[in-house]
Every structure is written in C-alpha cells, then in structure tokens.
Ligand binder design. Structure first.
Ligand code: ADP
Ligand code: MG
Length: 249
C-alpha cells in the first residue's frame, strides 16, 4: 500500500470521510504555497467540520417536516401589519427557544400564520435547533397510535426530542376527549422544556367547544399561555388577494 492509500485508509477508519475524499485536492491546492503543517492540518479539519455541519443541518431540515419552504424575507410586512419586521427580528435571536417560550399565531385563514411558523422554524434549524413541524390531525393520529405503530412511536419520539415544535392549524377539526387528554399530556411534557409555535384559526375562548371539555381545555391553555407571546393576525387572506386567475380578461 502506498502512503496515499494508507493515509486514506486511516482517515476512513477514523470516520473522517471528507478528509479522505478531499486529501488529494487539498494536497494539490496547497502544494506550491508556503503553508505550514499546522495550517495544512487546520485547512483539512475545517473542511471536515463544515461538511459535517452542512450534513447535520440537512438532516435537521428533513426531520423538521416543513409543508413548504417560506422565509422571513418572503413575508410581506406591508400586507400583514399585525406583526412587524422588528418583532420577528427579535424572535430570530432565538432566546424564546432557549427559554422554552411559546408563540401563538391566531387569526383567520390566509393571514400568514403557517408562513411565519415555517419561516421561524427554518431559521431555528439553521441555528442548530431540532425542530418538528406537525399538523394537529397528524399529531393526534400519532399520539393515538404511539403504542401500536412503530412509525407513530418514532414520530412522537422525534417530536419529544425537539427543541421547538410547531403545532399547526388547531381549530379546523374537532378534537375528541381522548385526543384532548393525550394533547394535555404532551403539552404538560413540553411545559417549560420545549418551545412551541401554535397556529389556530380559533380564539382561545372557542377552544373549549373545540375540545368538548372545558376543564381539560383550561388546563391546556394555562400551560401554553404561561410563558408565551400571542400574535393576533388580522386582515384579508393573502391567498385571496393574490389569487392566480386562470383566465385573463
Ligand atoms: P394561514 O396559515 O394564516 O392560513 P398561510 O401562512 O398558509 O396562512 O398563508 C397562505 C399563503 O399566503 C402562503 O402561500 C403564504 O406564503 C402566503 N402569505 C400569507 N401572508 C403573507 C404575507 N404577509 N406575505 C407574503 N406571503 C404571504
Ligand atoms: Mg395555516
């Protein structure tokens, strides 16, 4: 085995796959420069580090399960005036995730609740946080099937291991008593541990009817709202205002 093969085999055994794959390239690119041994090593290891960080971010991104990709830059704060760019910028420092605070976006369909949840989730992923995005129907399904389905158990496990969880669209479908109980257990586990973004087209006053149990609803809301920022988004639906028409006049 020549020195090159041997060195690559060593790098592989040490799980330094980027170094192994790029040793040739880095050697070539540094050959003619007066680079020190230390600089060379530094260069090689930094390559490995960046590669690993990128891969980890890609993985977190995939695991997050966003329904679409929309950023803060894509959000028109001129159209939606109930929240300001400055407020969102403050949220981007992620202290709310560190403190396990909850953000609640309330308002009618199309005002940008899910867009903001995705945009903030995306930034959190970029900053290294584990994020899970889940629609409330899916969430209930997985909570109910947790004991019988491996897939659901994995989903719930992943959600529980997240730093921030988006629970999207509470309010479109009624929640049964069993579901409300499971939801309460989940919210209790998250309380002061995991940050949440909750979006809902229903105000808190309508949640009791939605869940069919005022006692459990109060207990849920109590925990969600204790450390939280509530954004009441108002105005017209962005979808309707920016409707793509098939036929041109
Ligand atoms: P909601 O969750 O409140 O029903 P969404 O966030 O899903 O609404 O928004 C519906 C669509 O309109 C999405 O494609 C979203 O990107 C877009 N949208 C909503 N509000 C804005 C906004 N202020 N600026 C840019 N796009 C917006
Ligand atoms: Mg939505």
């Amino acid at each position: 085995m020549n020195k090159m093969d041997e060195t690559q085999a060593l790098l592989r055994s040490l799980n330094l796959s980027w170094c192994k794959d790029n040793l040739d390239m880095v050697l070539n690119s540094t050959q003619d420069s007066e680079i020190s041994y230390l600089d060379f090593l530094n260069h090689l290891l930094k390559g490995e580090m960046v590669f690993r960080q990128d891969k980890a971010q890609e993985r977190r991104m995939k695991m997050a399960g966003f329904p679409f990709i929309k950023t803060v830059e894509d959000f028109d704060f001129g159209f939606q005036r109930s929240i300001t760019r400055k407020q969102v910028n403050q949220l981007l420092d992620m202290t709310w995730i560190e403190k396990a605070y909850n953000l609640i976006f309330l308002g009618p369909p199309g005002v940008g609740k899910t867009h903001l949840a995705v945009a903030l989730g995306l930034e959190a992923v970029k900053k290294g946080y584990k994020v899970s995005f889940t629609g409330v129907e899916d969430l209930m399904k997985h909570l109910k099937l947790e004991t019988t389905s491996t897939r659901s158990r994995q989903k719930v496990k992943r959600i529980m291991a997240s730093d921030m969880v988006v629970i999207n669209e509470i309010g479109f479908v009624p929640i049964s008593r069993q579901e409300a109980n499971l939801f309460f257990q989940l919210i209790s586990a998250f309380y002061e541990q995991t940050a949440l973004i909750i979006t809902s087209n229903k105000g808190f006053e309508d949640w009791a009817e939605l869940m069919g149990d005022p006692v459990i609803t109060t207990a849920i809301l109590d925990r969600i709202a204790h450390h939280s920022e509530i954004f009441n988004l108002t105005g017209d639906s962005y979808r309707l205002k920016h409707r793509d028409k098939l036929l041109r006049p």
